[in-house]
Design a protein around this ligand. Sequence first.
Ligand SMILES: Nc1ncnc2c1ncn2[C@@H]1O[C@H](COP(=O)(O)OP(=O)(O)O)[C@@H](O)[C@H]1O
Ligand SMILES: Cc1ncc(COP(=O)(O)OP(=O)(O)O)c(N)n1
Length: 267
Amino acid sequence: MKNVLTIAGSDSCGGAGIQADIKTFSALGTYGMSVITAITAQNTMGVFKVTELEEEIVAAQINCIYEDIKVDAVKIGMVSNSIIIKTIAQCLRKHAAKNIVIDPVMVSKSKYKLLRPEACEALVSFLFPLAQVVTPNIPEAEVILGKRIQNVEHMQEAAVAIHKMGPANVIVKGGHLPGDAVDVLFDGQKFTLLSDVRIATKNTHGTGCTFSSAIAASLAKGFNIREAFGAAKEYIHGAIENSFSIGQGVGPTHHFYSLYKRAGLVD
Ligand SMILES: Nc1ncnc2c1ncn2[C@@H]1O[C@H](COP(=O)(O)OP(=O)(O)O)[C@@H](O)[C@H]1O
Ligand SMILES: Cc1ncc(COP(=O)(O)OP(=O)(O)O)c(N)n1
């Protein structure tokens, strides 16, 4: 069994954050562990309150895990302030963490700021150089670069520019552009583009969290970055295709559809 860690925020309604990450790790046959950075009160309609944890408890959680357990990959999601970001970087360096996947979470789909604006610089300078891959969506890449991204060519330029900030690989996700869902991987030398038909659904809560966690689980299993990208794209497609409505707003993706189907729990 491969062990995968998520360092992220808790989502009370279970569609994004730590909860989505652990569901993804399990669905992909890996063992999931968590370091919680913040607690969010959110549901399908939005984020209503956030409490950030103290850096001491964030560091203690990371140290406890690395001092006892072999971590095959680690995914970093919501880290809302620069003190927590610096603490995580310090801890991961100390433990020589490998297969680090960074999803630079900034704003929820409901427009709530999950990263303090002044912390973006710390995220880039302290965490990006440690990453095996960074996975910004279009609005995140626009904030990081201070530039509009309106088509696939712009996404490729953005991937090259973000690669210069230190990560080994960059995947710019195209979920926010109209048309097919095209994502761009740049490994420092060449591009790999993966395209999927856009699934017509409003239930896309947690797609970015799920996608980056699927990459982390795949890297933990020994896939190279291109294989991990392919596996994650396939996983997110199935998860969105089988997404469902709970509550009144944006529902979650489905992590266990094939399992439920086999057990006769879904049609
Ligand atoms: N409606 C959709 N149909 C198919 N794939 C999608 C859809 N929306 C997003 N994706 C894919 O889901 C992944 C997450 O992308 P995105 O939604 O851009 O991230 P985020 O949740 O961080 O905003 C990407 O692989 C993207 O191409
Ligand atoms: C605790 C927490 N972390 C991250 C997010 C953002 O999730 P993401 O997959 O980028 O997309 P949406 O959830 O905004 O659809 C979050 N909401 N909560």
